[in-house]
Design a protein around this ligand. Structure first.
Ligand SMILES: [Zn+2]
Length: 252
């Protein structure tokens, strides 16, 4: 009887020590990983597609083989199913949810009905057959990521909170590469935007230090691979050995 109690206690002791050891090892390896990781992470995101321009983005990404995220609108995908297919088949492209209707571009009205916004996002999930819950609000730079949040204006806060409660991770942007509303051409060169990326990362003017989310739009890049400003930006980013392009699913 006594012997079996002693054996029992010994077994428990061994299991407990092993558990503590493996737990500490995990903690140590995470700390080591953090110390070793001096990278800066760049998230290239493209909104409002599929649009004219989507095919050019797909071309560039297939050649460069780098991760980017496209935030798609269901209504646009139904109008251009061939581009949606291109994106789906491209393993470097992550597809996110930018709502089904894009608020019909009446943002104030759209956000006055948070339940309607949630419904619109779920409708888009089903239309695009998305398995993730990565999203971006139309017309709003709002964040709901891993328990942290940021808002630009008050209209949309309730909707963002409701989406977050329903499991959506919402990404705003740290920097926008603007474009001309008539010609859709990018405003500023790849060099200009690269310089701004560098400055923001070094000043930590970003939602998360060492991580920068860049907003572009699908329609901005309608030139061929050789002439694409997007390709030029990627070349500049590749010239920095401590820069890494990444998908939003890996955002901390
Ligand atoms: Zn948009």
């Amino acid at each position: 009887m006594k012997k079996s109690i002693i054996i029992g206690l010994l077994t428990c002791g061994i299991i407990f020590s092993f558990w503590t050891f493996s737990k500490n090892t995990n903690v140590d390896s995470n700390i080591m990983k953090l110390q070793q990781d001096n990278y800066k992470y760049i998230y290239l995101t493209f909104d409002d597609g599929p649009l004219n321009g989507s095919q050019r983005i797909d071309d560039v990404i297939l050649i460069e083989k780098l991760p980017v995220t496209v935030m798609l609108v269901g209504e646009h995908a139904l109008a251009k199913p061939q581009y949606l297919e291109l994106y789906r088949e491209n393993e470097y492209i992550e597809i996110g949810n930018h709502s089904y209707s894009h608020a019909n571009n009446h943002y104030q009205l759209y956000y006055s009905n948070p339940a309607g916004v949630l419904k619109d996002f779920i409708r888009n999930m089903n239309t695009l057959k998305l398995t993730n819950k990565i999203g971006r609000l139309p017309g709003r730079n709002m964040w709901r990521v891993n328990g942290r949040s940021r808002n630009d204006i008050s209209s949309g806060i309730e909707a963002a909170d409701l989406l977050s409660k329903n499991g959506f991770a919402l990404f705003g942007w740290d920097l926008e590469w603007m474009h001309d509303s008539h010609t859709a051409e990018p405003i500023g060169t790849a060099e200009d935007i690269f310089k701004e990326i560098e400055e923001r990362l070094s000043d930590d003017r970003v939602f998360t230090n060492s991580h920068i989310v860049l907003l572009c739009h699908d329609e901005m890049f309608q030139h061929t691979y050789e002439e694409s400003e997007l390709k030029k930006l990627i070349d500049l980013l590749n010239s920095k050995s401590d820069y890494k392009l990444s998908h939003l699913k890996d955002y901390p």
